[in-house]
Write a protein that binds this ligand. Sequence first.
Ligand code: F6R
Length: 241
Amino acid sequence: MEIRIFETCRQACQAAALVMGAQIVSKPDSILGLATGSTPIPAYQELIRLYQEGIVDFSRVRSFNLDEYVGIPEDHPCSYHRFMRDELFDHVNILKENTHVPSGLSRDLEGDALAYDAAIEAAGGLDIQLLGIGRNGHIGFNEPADVFTPQCHVVELTESTIDANKRFFDSADDVPRRAVSLGVGTIMKAATVLLIATGEDKAEAVRLSVKGEITPRVPASILKAHRHVLFFLDQAAASRL
Ligand code: F6R
């Protein structure tokens, strides 16, 4: 586990964009695992800048997102399909057919989730998986549980996650109760995992993930067992290390 602590959130995210950008420059047909949420937005802005300056070319990149809410349309302002278009895909030259986000609308959610894993496998696996972290230590929507779930699956969101994500919706009642998420097995198979954590409210989850034992009660703790994992933190998120 390599931990880098930056003074500001912006620096942590810019550094993460450099790692993602370097991955694409060194392997133009990279398979990226992408995350949503507030944390990676400055990293996506920096990647867009690197594209606009002609440094990073997304034309051969393929991407697979971590997760999606169940039951909201793809063009809903809070859907992760929409987030990715607004924050990255519409601003770079990635081909729409090369971008993948789990379906939260399928009539066979579990079957589609397994097909999503198979598509990642068929593409050759993830070269790099970008992650944020929940205040409860979740990665993707792998919530604290008694066991780790390896495969892509349907998740019941915890009250902590619903509370954290209600800021994007009109009210907590509007936050979907379920989501589809990559499992920890697929995340752990990525060649590189790059987790960004910024802000004081992530400090305890970061501490437990880095210093605590590996346990499904703190899903991000499993990353300690990964052969190439980078934690890019700002000072606030690193304050309890
Ligand atoms: C998003 C995701 C989540 C978020 C986490 C942190 O695709 O998988 O694990 O990374 O909930 O969210 P923010 O960045 O909004 O604090």
